[in-house]
Design a protein around this ligand. Structure first.
Ligand code: HEC
Ligand code: HEC
Length: 209
């Protein structure tokens, strides 16, 4: 069983099912992830197709800039869905939108499989004093959906180890409810947060492994 699916099964246990793995997983993803040969081929092709992406997201999906998200360790279903959102305009970004539109569906799929199977590198919080408050807030406000360890699932982003600058930016977009990234669930969560809460959460989340 791959890393992702072990995490998935673990999450379902912790949460008493309901999340991620209990949902119907994209059947093609499930098929590829359960066949070592198909998985190896998808990863190989995905890495090749992602050569340009590495400029920003890093060779192994560990981003090279604070405002750009890590892709490593995300559920492949989540990655594939976000790629589809960029392609059809539900999510918009000046870098990503054009890049994704120019890409074949097969490459999009393989890239999602490749990044999902990479490991997130440990990182330090920029303001360690805020970590304790962030942990408490995470447990109250985020754990129920993103999971105890922040691994997310098919429809919910992995947060563990995510870049602080990107997290702050994403939460700001949800708060504003702007068309570039609209999600009713995350918007209602984000609107309950103060600026200081977001800073604390970002400092804790980057320490989660
Ligand atoms: C010029 C820099 C740049 C390049 C090159 C780039 N990205 Fe991105 N990517 C970004 C930024 C910035 C975001 C965050 C956009 C936002 O805030 O919505 C992003 C977001 C994403 C996301 C959403 C992640 C999440 O956590 O929701 C995916 C998936 C993604 N990129 C895949 C790719 C793929 C695949 C490629 C190669 C075809 C690529 N990116 C190339 C800058 C880049
Ligand atoms: C009710 C369920 C729910 C709760 C509670 C929740 N989230 Fe989310 N979160 C989601 C879903 C669903 C998505 C994917 C939304 C999308 O596709 O844009 C998401 C996405 C995100 C993203 C985007 C990540 C990325 O890679 O782009 C961030 C950041 C985030 N959540 C942070 C938080 C934080 C911090 C908390 C606690 C304060 C929280 N969430 C609580 C469901 C939830």
């Amino acid at each position: 069983m791959s890393f992702v699916w072990r995490v998935c099964a673990g999450l379902a246990l912790i949460l008493g099912t309901s999340l991620a793995c209990a949902e119907a997983v994209n059947p093609r993803i499930q098929q590829v992830m359960s066949s070592p040969d198909a998985l190896q081929k998808a990863q190989h092709d995905g890495k090749k197709a992602a050569a340009f992406c590495a400029n920003c997201h890093g060779n192994t999906g560990n981003s090279t800039y604070d405002y750009i998200p890590n892709l490593a360790g995300q559920h492949p279903g989540y990655l594939f869905n976000q790629i589809k959102k960029f392609a059809d305009g539900r999510r918009q970004d000046r870098f990503m939108s054009g890049l994704i539109k120019a890409m074949k569906d097969e490459d999009r799929f393989n890239m999602a499989i490749y990044y999902a199977n990479q490991r997130v590198q440990a990182a330090r919080p920029p303001e360690p004093d805020l970590v304790a408050r962030g942990r408490q807030l995470y447990s109250q406000e985020c754990k129920s959906c993103h999971g105890e360890k922040g691994y997310g699932g098919e429809n919910i982003a992995r947060l563990a180890g995510q870049r602080p600058g990107y997290l702050v930016g994403a939460l700001g977009k949800y708060q504003n409810g702007i068309k570039r990234r609209a999600d009713p669930v995350m918007s209602s969560v984000a609107r309950r947060l103060q600026v200081s809460d977001i800073a604390a959460l970002a400092n804790y989340i980057v320490t989660m492994k």
